[in-house]
Design a protein around this ligand. Sequence first.
Ligand code: GLN
Length: 378
Amino acid sequence: MGYSMKALLALEDGLVLSGRSFTGSGEAVGEVVFNTSMTGYQEILTDPSYKGQIVTMTYPMIGNYGVNLEDVESRGVQAEGFIIKEYYAYPSNWRARGTLADYLEASGRLGVEGIDTRAVTKRLREAGAMRGIISTLDLDPASLVRRARELPSMEGANLVDLVTCTEPYWWDETDAGPYSPTENLQVLWQQRAGKKVVLYDYGVKFNIIRSLKARGLEVLVVPAATPAAAVLALNPDGIVLSNGPGDPAAVTYAVENIRQCLGQKPMFGICLGHQLMGLALGGRTFKLKFGHRGGNQPVKNLLNGKVEITSQNHGFAVDLNSINDPAVELTHVNLNDNTLEGLRHPKLKAFSVQYHPEASPGPHDADYLFDEFLNLVE
Ligand SMILES: NC(=O)CC[C@H](N)C(=O)O
């Protein structure tokens, strides 16, 4: 609060806009993407799928309800930086434990306000997602644009390795970490009874795990590179493939593990997990122009004709025409651009969706997918 330090935003196409830091001095680099959610900034900032990205919000005022202890989707802020129109520094909410500015600053993340984020969004919609920089340290527009152009592309980037857990752990709401590293997988597995599923952590949002737990499933979270053989040796009741950052095609070891698990156990993939399942089924992924991020994406369920309003955050997609296996059914399609939103392989008891049934933030229309997974498990 009280900061009025000048900050610049530069995009690789040469656009440079001037704003102010609301978190002190700093800099962030990454792919600049827009999110159309009206609320939920804390869930968005802590979603590991935003690794490598600077997020801008189309909603014009951010910070009004502060930050709290519950609305976290991982153990910290994951987005590289945050760009908003107007920061509101005096939170009003009974759950608030602090301000967004302090939260970002404590994580070493730069937040910039005073940017016409709708203009930025229009630019990204026209040109596609772009690499960019926000900075209070380098205020030379030409230098910033040059540096933005030198950043690595999101295409081909394996960012899963940066966000997956390092050791397997059982999820408890009260203790999302630190993870207990000592047990081997088999010993850990025996610690719990009941229906147990393994969740491959590619950068999981906590609400996926909470949604599984709410249905009575025990969830063992395992590092992304855990070999399929080690997972199958546990004889789990099901396998969940989480969301995560970066280019799915770059996570080749995950595709191979999923291929080995398919048909062995019921499987459910979400977002990156869906893309990886698509690849494992022989499909292809590609980068969308500017992606889908927000809580208002209309998706048609082709099995029952119903339209769901969904929560989304992705820049890549599975090519609808790339899966030749006739046993694979397309189950969901995006009504804005007709891209693939869901598929299933009934014989293999596997299904996946590109969007986020766990919401957080966003509508709960697609919550039923967790029930469908529970049915497969049972
Ligand atoms: N939320 C996710 O899992 C994102 C998947 C992938 N990183 C994408 O951008 O498409």
